[in-house]
Design a protein around this ligand. Structure first.
Ligand code: HEC
Ligand code: HEC
Ligand code: HEC
Ligand code: HEC
Ligand code: HEC
Length: 296
């Protein structure tokens, strides 16, 4: 009996790494293919366009990201003698969570491309590196599958939506995907999967994130909107997937209520013994966003 158990254990030891590595993408192209969302555009054209214009679709190619990651790779990982594959567990977990399905060499390749995109003197090489990096980002499948359940354990080949819409038959017919309901997608907590990131037990003083500000200030002062209510509000069609933030001026303006009251007066200027005209300005500023502004 013991021999059988030992044998089963040994087989399991051999089988597990094999089956895991069989699912692991070896190149950026393989990983991008596993998370391809081109087909979504066929039926959700407006949403796809909004998302394309959003920061979520540029989560590896935003020039702030490229330059900061370059510094982190050279001055953090390389200097501390850490392998560049560690990018998987440090930055990519939120900026390209699909990395969980890739072999370590993909993270090493991403690090290489970041350095070229940031510093290569040859503009065409820079551009080619950015194009390669643009294949990975926070896309439809990341939010509507990978991060869509609170236990982090979504069903494969399933599109989670806020309604679990029965009309989404084409998902099955055309893509072979089920459609399931996820209430989690409508909760602010869903966004904190990436917009928080503090280790458990850390306080707001040590790790001042938007999520802390939202919970400890906005909600406790009577705020009742979710992140989605403000950031996905779209008048024209369905949910806006543009996710405007601080860079979108018209949206940013909605985060501040400014009242200016000016009235004319005059005062006695003591050095010259003269009456001079003056203005009294009464300024009232109210933060109407769901967290500190600016918060970045
Ligand atoms: C817990 C998730 C998470 C991790 C881990 C993470 N990021 Fe981010 N990062 C975000 C989110 C969310 C934003 C957008 C937040 C915003 O604009 O307020 C962001 C924005 C950025 C920006 C652009 C905004 C800015 O402040 O300039 C840079 C640069 C950046 N991250 C670099 C990094 C680097 C380097 C690492 C690894 C050391 C990293 N990130 C790890 C979630 C994460
Ligand atoms: C950053 C996360 C995120 C990304 C990326 C994302 N979505 Fe969504 N999407 C959501 C959330 C959250 C909701 C639900 C909002 C609610 O109901 O409060 C939603 C709702 C939807 C809905 C339902 C709309 C409605 O009016 O009820 C559709 C359809 C949809 N998404 C399609 C897509 C497609 C297609 C893509 C890629 C082009 C995409 N999403 C990318 C987070 C995301
Ligand atoms: C062949 C057409 C078609 C394709 C391709 C397609 N969808 Fe849909 N999808 C629909 C229809 C129809 C609905 C139901 C009506 C609606 O909500 O727009 C729907 C609904 C949804 C919803 C909302 C589900 C809910 O809870 O109500 C989400 C999320 C979604 N699709 C995401 C995606 C993603 C992500 C892709 C790409 C991987 C995709 N769809 C590809 C046709 C399609
Ligand atoms: C899988 C991780 C992930 C999830 C889930 C996610 N985001 Fe993000 N979000 C990011 C990253 C990474 C960036 C930074 C992209 C960049 O600038 O390079 C970002 C950028 C943004 C920005 C633009 C920030 C700016 O600087 O103006 C807004 C707004 C935003 N997210 C809102 C949301 C909201 C609201 C939700 C929930 C419905 C959400 N996000 C869910 C990862 C995520
Ligand atoms: C009552 C509306 C409202 C709610 C609720 C809200 N936001 Fe915002 N958010 C805004 C406005 C307005 C801005 C732009 C002003 C600014 O950033 O200074 C903004 C800016 C941002 C930015 C851009 C960069 C920054 O750091 O300032 C991110 C990222 C973001 N919000 C994420 C979230 C997340 C995640 C939640 C939920 C935990 C949330 N927001 C809840 C209105 C809201």
């Amino acid at each position: 009996m013991r021999l059988v158990v030992t044998l089963v254990f040994l087989i399991a030891l051999v089988a597990v790494p094999l089956s895991v590595s069989a699912e692991q993408a070896k190149t950026i192209d393989e990983l991008a293919a596993m998370y391809n969302v081109d087909a979504c555009a066929d039926c959700h054209e407006d949403i796809h366009k909004d998302w394309k214009d959003s920061w979520h679709s540029k989560s590896l190619t935003d020039s702030r990201v490229i330059r900061t990651w370059r510094t982190f790779i050279l001055n953090g990982l390389d200097k501390d003698g850490m392998p560049r594959a560690a990018l998987k567990d440090t930055c990519l977990g939120c900026h390209a969570p699909q990395i969980k399905d890739a072999a370590p060499e993909v993270s090493v390749k991403i690090a290489e491309l970041i350095l070229v995109a940031a510093d290569d003197p040859d503009a065409s090489k820079k551009e080619a590196a950015v194009n390669e990096l643009s294949k990975l980002n926070v896309n439809c499948i990341i939010c509507h599958n990978l991060k869509a359940t609170p236990d982090g354990n979504p069903q494969a080949k399933t599109i989670y939506g806020p309604k679990g819409n029965v009309d989404a038959g084409p998902h099955k017919e055309q893509l072979g995907f089920e459609t399931a309901k996820s209430d989690y997608l409508k909760q602010a907590k869903f966004c904190s999967e990436c917009h928080h990131g503090c280790s458990p037990g850390m306080t707001a003083e040590r790790c001042p994130t938007l999520w802390f500000a939202y919970n400890e200030h906005y909600l406790t002062h009577g705020g009742n909107k979710t992140c989605q209510d403000c950031h996905m509000d779209a008048k024209d069609y369905g949910m806006s997937h543009k996710f405007p933030g601080i860079m979108e001026v018209d949206f940013a303006k909605t985060g501040i209520d400014l009242t200016l009251n000016a009235s004319a007066t005059e005062y006695l200027y003591h050095l010259d013994n003269k009456i001079v005209p003056a203005v009294i300005v009464n300024v009232q500023v109210k933060n109407t966003a769901g967290h500190g502004i600016p918060h970045g």
